[in-house]
Design a protein. Structure first.
Length: 378
């Protein structure tokens, strides 16, 4: 009897040990500056803007991803050093390994390497894919063999991370868990393009580090448009208080802003404000100040008593990155629109020129426009 009990104890211990492998999210870089969590079924759905990223792993006949657990979230992230990536949970590492080897035979993935018992390949000579029995990681973009080797070593270390060094101990993760939609995002302002970061940090005290401002949003996608609905916040009490106070200056937009934003406009910012109230916030914002410098924009904004549009277009004649954009401010007549939008930032992905193309565009799949709509209800 004692031998039976002892044997059962050993079996239970082995069972617990086998189930205690690292949580797949521990592979997400702990220094990530942006996180997007996506319900896996939505990620690979036909209408998903991200479906093209992992489509090679999707079985059309069985409507599932080979070796990937579709009952758990898939994460997109930006690491502190600017790398972009995807982290997905592995449900069957044998099935995943077999499938990736077949992709390698078809030359879809290349350059097989092993590092610390993990397999790595490259996709499109820019992205590195690696996996173990717990997590699938895709990171990049990367150029050159030396940079690729360095990234592989880093990814191998990430897949060996434990909960003590996990992203789950970060403020970013804590705020992400507070969102409830199928696609949700939390990002430090420093992870966003500078022109967008300038808008979402509007109202923060002068000199605020963009890393202290968080953009929280719920995401939805329809017909080429990725809509972010959310608000800014901060774990710094003084910054958080200033942001909340500044958001009260935005009134419902009365115009149909989509008719104002032209096809060549890269970024459009739309709001309904009292210009005298908004101007001090603009002057405290170094990036916006630089963009509007040398124009009569401040005078136009200062006299505004209603809807205002700030339109940024690519400056084809610019010789430096400081002059890449030309800014135009428009005071708009009062309209009859009543959809409740208070601050809209619209990014026209199709207006990006080849010289400005973002390295992360492959992650955006079919997205043609990104629209941030501030929700002032907190």
């Amino acid at each position: 009897m004692r031998q039976i009990i002892y044997t059962l104890f050993i079996i239970m211990a082995l069972g617990l040990t086998s189930c205690s492998k690292s949580e797949y999210t521990d592979a997400i870089p702990a220094n990530s500056t942006a996180l997007i969590a996506i319900n896996a079924a939505d990620f690979v759905g036909e209408k998903s803007p991200f479906a093209s990223i992992l489509m090679p792993f999707v079985s059309d006949d069985e409507k599932r991803m080979k070796g990937i657990d579709l009952t758990r979230d898939i994460y997109l992230f930006a690491s502190g050093d600017g790398n972009l990536g995807i982290c997905a949970p592995v449900s069957d590492d044998y099935e995943l390994d077999d499938f990736i080897k077949r992709l390698a035979n078809l030359n879809v993935v290349k350059n097989h390497q092993e590092e610390d018992g993990k397999d790595f390949y490259t996709i499109n000579d820019q992205w590195v894919i690696g996996y173990n029995d717990c997590a699938l990681l895709i990171m990049g973009p990367v150029t050159g063999a030396e940079a690729e080797t360095k990234l592989i070593r880093r990814m191998a270390r990430q897949m060996d991370s434990d909960s003590e060094r996990s992203i789950k101990n970060s403020t970013l993760w804590e705020h992400l868990q507070e969102r409830q939609s199928h696609i949700r995002m939390v990002a430090q302002a420093c992870a966003l393009p500078e022109q967008i970061a300038a808008v979402v940090t509007l109202g923060a005290p002068k000199g605020t580090d963009p890393a202290d401002v968080l953009l929280e949003a719920e995401l939805s996608y329809n017909d080429g448009t990725l809509l972010l609905t959310g608000n800014t916040c901060s774990y710094n009490p003084s910054v958080r208080q200033a942001l909340r106070k500044s958001q009260s200056i935005y009134r419902p937009i009365t115009v149909d802003w989509q008719k104002v934003m032209g096809d060549t406009t890269l970024i459009g910012v739309f709001m309904n404000v009292e210009g005298e109230t908004l101007t001090p916030h603009l002057q405290n914002n170094r990036t916006i100040g630089t963009m509007l410098m040398g124009t009569n924009a401040y005078d136009q904004i200062r006299t505004a008593k209603g809807d205002v549009a700030i339109l940024l277009s690519h400056n084809e004649k610019a010789d430096t990155t400081d002059g890449m954009f030309s800014a135009k401010v428009m005071n708009l007549p009062t309209g009859s629109n009543k959809n409740g939008d208070r601050l809209v930032v619209a990014v026209n992905m199709e207006a990006l020129t080849s010289s400005m193309a973002l390295s992360g565009i492959p992650l955006l799949g079919k997205v043609k426009r990104i629209i941030y709509n501030m929700n002032t209800k907190q």
